[in-house]
Design a protein around this ligand. Structure first.
Ligand code: PLP
Length: 458
């Protein structure tokens, strides 16, 4: 499609005229056209149409975990496409890639999370989880269990249910009227979840909400083991275990949204493994194929599947045309093979210390930097006008956005998180990233911070 000699100006004007970008200011895109037009990727690098090379510091959208341009992926996908590009899984039809992938996932997930349903992405996976769980309760004679509790700052996707479960106002405001029966708890209230009613946040905790609403109205709790889009927020030790205990106590199902954390990102194959927790339902996407082909999955405990089979012989009226897409499943199998063969989960764990070392350096050199954190190959820090007293910058100063712009000038892609007046810089480079490359990322961040801090003092 892209000819040998591309007319870049023409591409830009076509983009402006015909392409509505996701999660982008329509106004700015109309004013300025696309920020960058990429043409190829290799490893942790992306090359644009001017042959400028960028570090993909967010693995594109937290997903290109094995890096760009892997010939093994091209081969696996093209072989499967040539053999059986697509066939349906409705009416009980099946094919070897989906069977092999289901079995492979079962060997990787903790506990008896052994049964997979496939989707084309994270939103569809969470949407499926909600419907499947509500249907489960209905079949068990508890149809009034419909409410889903998510966490503030949790992100679960952009379809109606997934947006409603999301705890970030900007996403919810888009749809004006959200789906009913989605509630949000204040995140990480460990004491409250353990039962401390004297804590002033008790009523806003998961436990407080369950008690207020009545446990027999709650279908499930959904949370990310580590919040990604909300700013890389790592729960305190014991929190996930407390939520698991709480769900058991009230007979509520626990959904772990591992769309970002699944397949190695946190230095464990799944985020929940960091705390030894087994949820009832685990949703994945992104890293399952490293983005080479779109795929998501909902993995449920075998006991739940068995109960569903016992409770009804009716059709499970839920399925996407692309549920279990053979080519996507072949991509996932090859991707998982690469993750395992190249010990990328161990690499993610090892790189955590490098990121933290780099962030500590940034903190020592830059007076605005605070609240550094990392787990595996995902990390963040925050910027404050007065860090000792945690005084934020004015949103109009656009501090995080400016840091990100300065990074872009230096060919590093990172992401700002600016919800609720925060100025958070997040990084999540591919799981193949090495020590030297982390060093380069830190150097560029430092240069960008120096420029922005100078401007702030002026
Ligand atoms: N859940 C989490 C934790 C995510 O980070 C995302 C996407 O960023 C989603 C769900 C939605 O996934 P998708 O964009 O593939 O629908």
């Amino acid at each position: 499609i892209i000819e040998e000699k591309v007319d870049i100006q023409k591409l830009k004007s076509l983009d402006k005229k015909y392409y509505l970008h996701p999660t982008t200011s329509i106004h700015q895109q109309q004013e300025n056209g696309p920020t960058v037009i990429f043409k190829e990727g290799q490893g942790i690098y992306l090359t644009d149409v001017y042959d400028d090379v960028y570090i993909d510091g967010l693995s594109s959208l937290w997903n290109v975990n094995i890096g760009h341009g892997r010939q093994e992926m091209v081969d696996a996908v093209s072989t499967q496409m040539g053999r059986l590009a697509y066939s349906s899984s409705f009416q009980g039809f099946s094919h070897d890639p989906v069977i092999c992938l289901s079995q492979k996932i079962a060997t990787m997930t903790p506990g008896d999370l052994n049964v997979s349903f496939f989707t084309s992405g994270g939103s569809e996976s969470n949407e499926t989880a909600f419907k499947l769980i509500r249907n489960y309760w209905k079949l068990k004679g508890e149809a009034e269990r419909t409410k889903i509790i998510g966490l503030n700052r949790g992100y679960h996707g952009i379809t109606m249910g997934a947006t409603s479960a999301t705890g970030i106002a900007q996403f919810q405001n888009m749809s004006t009227a959200n789906a009913p029966d989605f509630l949000h708890a204040k995140a990480f209230q460990l004491d409250c979840e353990l039962g401390d009613k004297s804590n002033p946040n008790y009523r806003e905790s998961i436990r407080g909400i369950i008690e207020k609403e009545g446990a027999d109205t709650i279908a499930a709790v959904i949370l990310e083991p580590v919040q990604g889009a909300g700013g890389i927020n790592i729960p305190p030790d014991g929190y996930l275990q407390a939520v698991r205990q709480l769900c058991d106590e009230y007979g509520i199902l626990m959904i772990a949204d591992e769309v970002i954390t699944g397949f190695g990102r946190t230095g464990e194959m799944f985020g929940v493994n960091n705390w030894g927790v087994v949820p009832d339902v685990l949703t994945v996407a992104k890293g399952i194929t490293s983005g080479y082909i779109q795929l998501g999955a909902v993995i449920i405990r075998e006991t739940i599947r068995d109960e569903l089979a016992e409770l009804s012989s009716d059709i499970f009226f839920h399925g996407f045309t692309y549920s279990g897409h053979p080519t996507a499943c072949a991509a996932a199998l090859k991707n998982i093979e690469i993750v395992e063969n190249e010990n990328l989960v161990v690499n993610a764990k090892n790189m955590e210390a490098e990121i933290l070392k780099g962030f500590k350096y940034l903190e020592s050199k830059h007076p605005t930097v605070s609240k550094i954190r990392a787990i595996g190959l995902m990390g963040a820090f925050e910027l404050f006008a007065d860090r000792a007293n945690e005084v934020p910058f004015e949103p109009s100063q656009m501090v995080a956005q400016k840091v990100v712009q300065e990074c872009m000038k230096r060919k590093l892609i990172v992401r700002p998180v600016i919800f609720e007046g925060s100025n958070i810089i997040t990084i999540a480079p591919p799981l193949i990233t090495n020590k030297e490359q982390i060093g380069t990322i830190i150097e560029i961040l430092s240069e960008a911070l120096t420029v922005v801090e100078k401007e702030l003092i002026r």
